[in-house]
Design a protein around this ligand. Structure first.
Ligand SMILES: Nc1ncnc2c1ncn2[C@@H]1O[C@H](COP(=O)(O)OP(=O)(O)OP(=O)(O)O)[C@@H](O)[C@H]1O
Ligand SMILES: [Mg+2]
Length: 222
């Protein structure tokens, strides 16, 4: 479960311009929820995700993940929680382009100091689950946007974390690929994963079991 309590985050642009990226955000994500967050560019969606991921600390308020306040944890603990408890899918995929799909998928296991052999077994399983086993040995730079998207999700699933956090996963996808991704996220949610997804796509936004809208750092039910 994720609980954000009155979270504020202000950035300063130049000497006297303040941006209230998060302005009194309170929200609860329960285990098994499929949360969607939409809203205009600059409304604070990515900032909110980074607070949940423990990549950014709130100025005021807190974010509690399964009883743990990430802002009060050590860097090492935060990294460990991100590696083991969260499947994070980034907007620009965050893949290593000059490496193969398999090498990219090994990474979370290497961070967790687990064997390459076990990583390869798991990678094979996940790639088959996502119907992209034929991409295993391809270099990421040779893949289409939709294929990279699936690989990014595959990497997010490697550690079998219960929480999937995805920021604009449909950014580079056409309509058909977006529909497939919605189908996949719904399926993962039915299988028990908790999902938080930021999206500009209204069809995806409407697919959530809990739907939010952000504007000027504030969050509202959609
Ligand atoms: N590290 C930073 N330094 C300064 N300003 C920042 C920083 N991160 C975010 N901001 C500002 O905070 C506001 C919210 O940004 P954020 O990236 O959370 O928006 P967003 O809703 O994700 O937008 P988009 O839909 O374009 O991705 C914006 O005005 C942005 O310029
Ligand atoms: Mg963003």
């Amino acid at each position: 479960m994720i609980q954000l309590n009155h979270v504020y985050k202000t950035f300063f642009k130049g000497k006297d311009t303040e941006v209230h990226a998060l302005d009194d955000v309170t929200m609860t994500v329960k285990d098994g929820d499929f949360v969607t967050i939409t809203g205009p560019s600059g409304s604070g969606k990515s900032t909110l995700m980074r607070v949940v991921e423990g990549m950014e600390c709130a100025d005021q308020g807190n974010c509690i993940l399964n009883g743990i306040d990430l802002a009060k944890s050590s860097d090492k603990k935060r990294a460990e929680i991100r590696n083991q408890k969260m499947g994070i899918v980034l907007q620009d995929f965050g893949l290593f382009n000059d490496q193969t799909v398999k090498q990219n998928l090994q990474l979370p296991f290497l961070i967790a100091k687990r064997s390459i052999k076990s990583a390869n077994i798991r990678a094979q399983e996940i790639l088959e689950y996502l119907h992209i086993a034929e991409l295993t040995n391809r270099k990421v730079q040779t893949l289409s946007g939709g294929q990279k998207q699936r690989v990014a999700i595959a990497r997010g699933l490697m550690m079998d974390a219960n929480l999937i956090l995805a920021d604009e996963p449909t950014g580079a996808l056409d309509h058909k690929a977006t529909e497939q991704l919605i189908f996949l996220l719904k399926k993962l949610n039915k299988e028990g994963k908790t999902i938080v997804v930021v999206t500009h796509d209204m069809e995806m936004a409407r697919s959530g079991t809990k739907q939010f809208y952000m504007e000027d750092g504030k969050i509202f039910p959609l």
